[in-house]
Design a protein around this ligand. Structure first.
Ligand SMILES: *Cc1c(COP(=O)(O)O)cnc(C)c1O
Length: 365
């Protein structure tokens, strides 16, 4: 029998969250961002829940091929554009739309032989300083692209650095407005956080929003807001079972380094999940866990294949009991992945992407 650990993808939750993002920006079209193998869910497993999107945005060309292989004929956008000149052949063949963020990509387009002109998203660096042309160089790039017979249509995009936080997006929206003022073309600015927090502003909604993490049920601005606040549902559950029970006396310790000491008699469950499954080793005593759908806490250090949980709030639990590391328990109780990520000093993005290859996945029927 395989180890009892399992990751489950919830298609109805994906559909629900996608609908929530549409509601946040009702007049915009929605790119479902499925980079990093749909944030670790698996593109093929997430596809059914996300097929109501207007397009799929990602950055790996092989992932784009996989979306086409699923029968998707609608838009696909390469968020980083092409990485070398011959990638443009795949764009022509599969009808991929691609971001243009640097002069080299324009050089390659100018030399590309294609029957079908391309749809490109010209990227402005409005302050994130990751990808894109600076405001000073944006117009020259637009004019170069506009003169190319290889280019059918130019859309305009930028990306926010602080849509989830205190600095906000006003300075970047202003930079985008200034740089694009009299240029025609569709606009795309907003990730999940901007779509949820700032999309009352039509300039921020633009023509296409690009939500990722919210589609996967996580609050982009946790802990200021929770997934419940935004009415988002978990799309991935990591679950397993209790493998063994230990009865501790006061003074007994748990696990490597004896980082936890019982101050009174304590029943603990030893659980089949460890850092080799992608559960963060940085989670310490107190990290929330559900046992039989009841909230309890991690105790001691996470080891490679196991971790331990306090069974005090669930006296009926024992060998074989259901353990939910994040997501939804059989009872319907929810443990937001954002809380587990916060306990590890990281973000839900990283946890979703880091579920280890040895963990089997299933898709909820
Ligand atoms: C990843 C990404 C997104 C989605 O971001 P979320 O925070 O997951 O909503 C949108 N746009 C670009 C360019 C990205 O790289």
């Amino acid at each position: 029998m395989p180890r009892p650990i399992l990751a489950t993808v919830h298609p109805l939750a994906l559909r629900h969250n996608l609908a929530r993002m549409r509601q946040a920006a009702p007049d915009a079209r929605v790119w479902a961002v499925v980079k990093a193998n749909a944030y670790g869910h698996g593109i093929e497993r997430a596809f059914d829940g996300l097929r109501g999107a207007d397009g799929f945005a990602l950055l790996d060309l092989q992932e784009a091929e996989r979306v086409r292989a699923l029968g998707w004929r609608g838009p696909i956008l390469l968020l980083e554009g092409v990485f070398e000149a011959r990638d443009l052949e795949l764009c022509s063949r599969l009808g991929l739309w691609h971001t243009v963020h640097c002069d080299e990509q324009i050089d390659w387009l100018a030399a590309h032989k294609t029957q079908v002109p391309h749809r490109v998203f010209l990227k402005l660096n409005s302050g994130m300083n990751r990808l894109g042309f600076t405001p000073q160089r944006f117009r020259a790039a637009w004019a170069r692209l506009d003169a190319l017979p290889q280019v059918e249509e130019i859309s305009l995009m930028t990306h926010f650095s602080d849509a989830d936080g205190a600095r906000g997006i006003a300075h970047q929206v202003r930079a985008f407005e200034d740089a694009t003022r009299d240029l025609s073309g569709e606009r795309s600015l907003s990730n999940s956080a901007a779509s949820l927090r700032h999309a009352q502003d039509a300039r921020v909604r633009g023509d296409w929003i690009r939500p990722g993490i919210a589609v996967y049920g996580s609050a982009p601005d946790f802990p200021e807001h929770t997934s419940a606040h935004w009415d988002l549902q978990p799309t991935m559950t990591l679950s397993t079972r209790v493998l063994a029970v230990q009865e501790l006396q006061a003074g007994d310790t748990v696990g490597y380094g004896s980082s936890f000491t019982a101050d009174a008699p304590l029943r603990i469950g030893v659980v089949a999940c460890g850092y080799a499954d992608g559960y963060p080793r940085h989670c310490t005593t107190g990290t929330p866990v559900l046992v039989d759908g009841v909230r309890t806490r991690l105790v001691g250090r996470v080891s490679m294949d196991m971790l331990s949980v306090d069974l005090t709030p669930v006296p009926q639990a024992g060998f074989g009991s259901e353990v939910t590391l994040w997501g939804r328990a059989a009872s319907g109780a929810v443990l937001p992945i954002d809380e587990v990520a916060a306990s590890a000093g990281t973000l839900s993005y990283e946890l979703m992407c880091a579920v280890a290859p040895r963990v089997p996945f299933s898709v909820e029927a």
